[in-house]
Design a protein around this ligand. Sequence first.
Ligand code: ARG
Length: 590
Amino acid sequence: ETVEGQFSIIGELKNIFKKSLIKSYPNFNIKMVISSPSKSGDYQCNSAMGLSKILKESGTKVSPAEVAKTLIKNIPANSIIEPLSTGDHGFINITLSQKFVVSQIASMFLEGVRPPKVDKKRVVIDFSSPNIAKEMHVGHLRSTIIGDSLARLLEYLGHDVVRLNHVGDWGTQFGMLLAHLNDKYPDYLNNPLPIGDLQAFYKESKKRFDEDAEFKKRAYAAVVELQAHNPDQTKRWQLICDTSRKEFQKIYDRLDIKLTERGESFYQDSMTKIIEDLKQKNLLVYEEGRYVMFPQKENLNPLTVVKSHGGYTYDTSDIAALCHRLEVEKADWIIYVTDLGQSSHFESLFDCMERAGYIDKNRVRIDHVGFGVVLGENKKRLKTRSGDTIRLVDLLDEGIKKSLDKLIKKNRERILSPEELEQAKTSVAYGCIKYADLSNNRKGDYVFSFDKMLADEGNTAVYILYQYTRAKSIARLANVEPNQLLNYAKNEDIKIEHPNEIKLAKEILKFHDVIQKITEDLVLHPLCEYLHKIATAFSEFYDSCYCVEKDRKTGEVIKVYMHRLLLCEVTANILAKGFDILGIKPVNRM
Ligand code: ARG
């Protein structure tokens, strides 16, 4: 039996073991794990114990070890694994065959690193989503980085992905902005403010809104006017939005983020219709002048659908946005990326939408991808020294500066051309900011530290980017033509023997399992851990296995180890694919 294509090893091993069981227990869920490094074998099947229990319950007493023996006996002949042995308690240790490992490596070289097969879905992913007239803060940066990376992952898998920026461009904040604008700059329509001023302006109007009841009333009136499409208010609103939009775009351009803006305002007209429908279905409750909707589950907060002055809310636009994504976008999968502080909002939203019959849970998958807070090195919320929120532009600028300092400290400006230095600087700066975020479990808070993220050693972007440049440079050093390597990979009987070659190759083979796992859980840190392991295994391999032997005196190439070049190339391919998913741009020299 020959093996074609690339696939999840765990999935394939489960299939093989399933065949051994098929007649007796077709639905039994085979337990297959990666073996810990100290154990013999690459993978382990832990099902004998479970099966022995099932047999006992049906009256047959068979020990796990005996079950394991029977399992092994019934496994169909295949070229993927070496002959099997049982360990203690019927654990079955599995070693991948040399032939299989080599064929997978060759395939990853010849065909590139192919994604596992999936049922193509239409996915809407809502991320970044800053608020107009407010500065984009580090929480939005997290949403932007995590959301973009998830979108890249799903695109790589072949899904049809819609990236939406659900900007906060509607609602109460505009009431106060417009009311304050009217008082302070009656001539705004002819003379709009730049964003720096808009920030301060936002603060001023918020202060008035909080302190002055009469102002508050006018603010509410202004929102209602805006929501009723009053032309002058609409124009003012448009100008404010444009100013903000330009500032957001600068961040997106720097980080290479693609997004379609579809803010809360987009749903204004459909909101009215949906509210009618909810009223008709008797789902709205009139409470203290507001219309609210209660979720089915107890303990969840109700959604505020219409406020007492008639205005709509964040909840209302989320209801309308969800309907739009289901009905118009025809999404099979909807993902929201925000801080964990909004978990209960989304729980209520999903629950209410199910209650209203808008969501068919059997057809659509909906996820709230929540993340923790960004902390400073003092373990408190990341702030400037004066206690203000950090502007993202400043943060990115600082990253660029620190990354350049670091490269210069390592004397890289002597080795790299000015263009290469420029590329390395940006690659490292943005790469390390993204990587530091993504390599932490998103559900936890994470400590933002340039020193840590720019470290040469450890699970950092710098370390992995550097190993990538080493892997990339080898074929160049060996003067091997791409065609030579191609022919070799296609035709030769390849052998990998050195323990560090084998370790690297087997680490590489885990790629598809990692991809599958992170797609299920919508987390990215396991991918980062995987890339770090590859980089470490590569470094060990590189230090112990010559790829090219050169004459000491003449520098002439005496011998090229083609199978090692192949491993270098595939390592580079894997790392490049990983970087691509994480939104990191590697360089060939740094
Ligand atoms: N604008 C919101 C905020 O800054 C995030 C919006 C997230 N998306 C959504 N559909 N509610 O917190």
